[in-house]
Ligand binder design. Structure first.
Ligand code: GLN
Length: 545
């Protein structure tokens, strides 16, 4: 069967949840027995988001092959089984880089190189790359909002695409906002009319409109949208805001007939929709048997998605343990000012995530000292592990002034130091230790209990590493090096012998967690937190502010 292509565009405003909607579509089609590939095209000029601040752009999501991608790919991986690779995320920067490299090699044979056709050809080729024989549907999400200058070559390319592969093989879905105007007491369809108008101006007539809205659309609203936007009434799909969980989104799309509509319009040979695993996860989400609170000690900015996958992985671990996990972000700098006792008492677990830069490091170290000395379940991730090592060095091993050479070049005890192969690197983009790396576990460990296997693979994104010079000294004081690279040279997981649950890892386990299959370390962490809550009746409930 020929591969079909779905394009998802967004209109009116950004942050409409195109990534989640695209992921939900992928999930629904897979649950109808179809083989799906997911892709995101980002109009910004950075070659990848690896060099962008997570506090502006959200987390950098790392794939097995080491590519640093947009956080929407995290939604794709959590919702679908679609294998993601470097080909799943392209930016304007990458597209231009490829075209310019071809030009330098003389591949355009003296022609003038132009946006149309050369840039658009390159865009079409990266879409087509995913349409292999065994793939039924490729879902390509176009980042940004219709009307942005940067999006234009991408929209032009997807317009041309249907001429290349046949109109019957392409489906354009436009996600739009239908705002509720309080003063008028009604939903407003005009912004949607305008954004569809803009699409039609460039030659794209969307087949389906998904309308994000706070309130239900009336039949009248839908009729108006259908008429003005030139789509059939049943192709105006409501997607109402979800307060409870993002995992409700696919169900709401099914209720509004979206999967059937897509299957019909593309003439897909699909099975019936079977959502048993997702019904089970919703049942667990709705009926938690426990309630726990986890402090995530990091660096925060308003509306930031810097720790997106960590929050999701905590939720998944909650689902696995039938526990509602309340996540409390705590500014590590506040701990420096106010002390850990005031900010961390009452939590059932402390998590210190990854990061870069010196700001807030001492607060993280204090948080870890608190969790270690009070026996509070602790999960440290990447920088979180490095801080756990620094804390242990200073307060248990007795190495005063111990630090990471990332933050203190002159420390007398560089317990975390640069990897040898990193020493000569000056370029920032794509130069860290990235992607899936094998790790061997000690059988007698919490990690092994969780994974149930000796050899595992997890994703990395860092330059610095535990300094092996200190290994025996640390071991003598009770730190266990329970996960290392198979040759034993790189420390990947540390645990503490005398602690109910203290695990810190150099990799990012959050990238491989799914709502239907929690990541083992997160699941173990939340299980330990649930246990602590049920045994420590005197644990005060933390305030919500
Ligand atoms: N900054 C640290 C390093 O480069 C940790 C990175 C991270 O937490 N992702 O090694």
């Amino acid at each position: 069967m020929t591969t079909k292509y779905i394009f998802v565009t967004g209109g009116v405003v950004s942050s409409l949840g195109k990534g989640l909607t695209s992921a939900s579509i992928g999930m629904l089609l897979e649950h109808r027995g179809l083989r799906v590939r997911m892709q995101k095209l980002d109009p910004y000029i950075n070659v990848d988001p690896g060099t962008m601040s997570p506090f502006q752009h959200g987390e950098v999501y790392v794939l097995d092959d080491g590519s640093e991608t947009d956080l929407d790919l995290g939604h794709y991986e959590r919702f679908t089984e679609s294998p993601l690779t470097r080909d799943s995320n392209y930016t304007t920067g990458q597209i231009y880089q490829a075209v310019i490299n071809k030009e330098r090699r003389g591949e355009f044979l003296g022609k003038t190189v132009q946006v149309i056709p050369h840039i658009t050809d390159e865009i079409k080729s990266v879409i087509r790359k995913l349409g292999e024989d065994d793939v039924d549907v490729v879902i390509t999400e176009i980042g940004g909002t219709v009307g942005d200058i940067e999006s234009q070559p991408f929209l032009e390319a997807i317009r041309q695409f249907s001429l290349d592969v046949g109109k019957e093989n392409c489906l354009y879905i436009h996600l739009t906002l239908v705002p509720y105007l309080k003063a008028a007491g009604e939903l407003k369809t005009k912004p949607t009319q305008h954004s569809v108008g803009q699409l039609r101006e460039i030659g794209i007539q969307p087949h389906i409109l998904i309308c994000r809205t706070e309130r239900s659309l009336s039949r009248g609203d839908r009729e108006k949208i259908a008429l003005f936007c030139n789509v059939p009434l049943e192709a105006v799909i409501e997607e109402k805001d979800k307060d409870f969980s993002i995992y409700e989104v696919p169900f709401s799309l099914v209720d509004n007939g979206l999967d059937e509509l897509i299957v019909d319009q593309l003439g897909l040979d699909a099975g019936t929709l079977v959502l048993d695993d997702w019904h089970e996860l919703m049942r667990r989400l709705r009926n938690p048997q426990h309630e726990i609170s986890i402090a995530v000690v990091g660096k925060y900015a308003a509306h930031c998605d810097a720790y997106k996958s960590i929050y999701e992985a905590l939720d998944h671990a909650g689902i696995a343990n039938e526990a509602q996990v309340r996540i409390q972000p705590i500014q590590s700098e506040d701990i420096e000012r106010e002390g850990p006792q005031r900010l961390l008492s009452g939590y059932d677990g402390v998590l210190v995530p990854g990061g870069f830069g010196e700001r807030g490091i001492e607060g993280k170290v204090q948080a870890i000292e608190y969790a270690r000395s009070k026996g509070i379940p602790f999960l440290g991730i990447c920088l979180g592990m490095q801080c756990a090592v620094i804390e242990f060095a200073r307060h248990v091993v007795g190495l005063a002034g111990a630090h990471s050479s990332e933050f203190d070049k002159d420390t007398p005890h560089p317990v975390i130091c640069l990897l040898d192969e990193q020493k000569s690197i000056t370029d920032k983009g794509g130069t860290m230790r990235l992607g899936a790396q094998p790790c061997r576990l000690a059988i007698d460990s919490k990690a092994y209990e969780g994974y149930g296997a000796e050899d595992i693979s997890e994703r990395h994104r860092h330059r610095y590493e535990f300094n092996n010079v200190y290994r025996t000294q640390f071991e003598a004081h009770g730190m266990k090096f329970v996960g290392t690279s198979p040759d034993g040279m790189l420390v990947e997981i540390v645990e503490l012998a005398e602690h109910p649950w203290f695990v810190a890892v150099q990799f990012h386990p959050e990238f491989k967690s799914k709502p239907t299959l929690a990541q083992p370390l997160f699941a173990g962490f939340i299980e330990a937190a649930v246990q602590r809550r049920s045994t420590a009746a005197d644990v005060a409930v933390p305030s919500d502010e």
